[in-house]
Design a protein around this ligand. Structure first.
Ligand code: RIB
Length: 303
């Protein structure tokens, strides 16, 4: 393997239940349908990159169960390089996803399985130094991400960290990241500050608390409202695109994958965020996570 983008991250089998509404506590309701999809934030981001025509390698672990076989098969069929995805003796990661069709909102519970066993030493130095962009998220051990990001810095690789799900991470991992990407609740978790939702002043104030260096940037996704980007010590607001959402699962992953692939082309963060904003809007119009990632042609022709 030798790809310009490496995703170091999770691979899950998504077990998705669609119902009209969310049941109340203790209530049983009849749902509308059930589907399984290849998911996991890392795998979704890798598929988003591949669908946009960019070679990508995914580093992670699947279990030695039937889900592991299916996940590898599905990633290979999406042209994601899985040569450094290892099999772990035990279960694959699974995500239980509930999509409420009246609002298209979701709730997700992840059981980590083999994702907990992912190690930074799965990537030899030779492969790492040949890459330009490295992406990770918090469904694999943060200490392994930190270790890999420190190694990647030596080769001048652009390091993107998606701080999802909202976990506590070390100050050093934040320091070792070039671009942080998160949603508003993940920003609240990271800064330990309450923010006024979709209020760019409040978001800007919270970001100040992170004491980022002049070379670090952050993109905060605001759902359908758009994205707030803080780069070169300035805040920028990018408007969202109005679409009819069907299933928002994986739209954040689509945003990150598209941002990375465009950044590789243009080396321009705001241009990349604009591109990613379009890709993410397209992704919410289809069901599933990886299965909803758009092609380059779809993004270029959008609005
Ligand atoms: O971001 C969406 C993803 O989160 C799903 O595919 C699920 O597997 C969880 O990791």
């Amino acid at each position: 393997m030798s790809s310009p983008i490496i995703v170091f991250g999770s691979i899950n089998m998504d077990l998705v239940v669609y119902s009209d509404k969310q049941p109340a506590k203790g209530e049983t309701i009849l749902g509308n349908s059930f589907e399984t999809f290849q998911g996991g934030k890392g795998a979704n981001q890798a598929v988003a990159i591949s669908k946009l025509g960019c070679p990508v390698s995914l580093i992670g672990k699947v279990g030695d169960d039937v889900f592991g076989d299916e996940l590898l098969e599905s990633l290979n069929s999406e042209q994601v390089d899985t040569s450094l995805v290892e099999r772990h003796e035990g279960p694959s990661g699974v995500a239980f996803i509930y999509v409420f069709e009246e609002t298209s909102e979701n709730q997700i519970i992840v059981i980590s399985g083999s994702n907990e066993q992912v190690k930074s030493n799965q990537i030899p130095d030779k492969e790492l130094s040949a890459t330009d962009v490295l992406i990770s998220q918090l469904e694999i051990p943060p200490s392994e991400i930190e270790d890999l990001f420190i190694r990647a810095k030596k080769s001048g690789i652009y390091r993107i960290l998606n701080t999802a799900p909202a976990l506590k991470i070390s100050k050093n991992l934040i320091h070792e990241t070039d671009l942080l990407v998160m949603n508003e609740s993940e920003l609240e978790n990271l800064t330990e500050q309450t923010i006024e939702r979709q209020n760019t002043d409040s978001i800007g104030q919270a970001i100040k608390g992170l004491n980022l260096s002049t070379t670090q940037s952050i993109a905060v996704t605001l759902g359908s409202k758009g994205v707030y980007v803080y780069a070169n010590q300035k805040g920028h607001f990018i408007d969202g695109h109005k679409v009819e959402p069907v299933d928002t699962t994986g739209s954040g992953d689509c945003f990150i994958g598209a941002l990375a692939s465009q950044y590789l082309e243009s080396n321009d963060l705001l241009d990349s965020v604009n591109f990613a904003n379009k890709a993410a809007a397209l992704s919410v119009m289809k069901r599933g996570a990886s299965s909803s990632m758009p092609t380059l042609k779809e993004v270029v022709n959008f609005q």
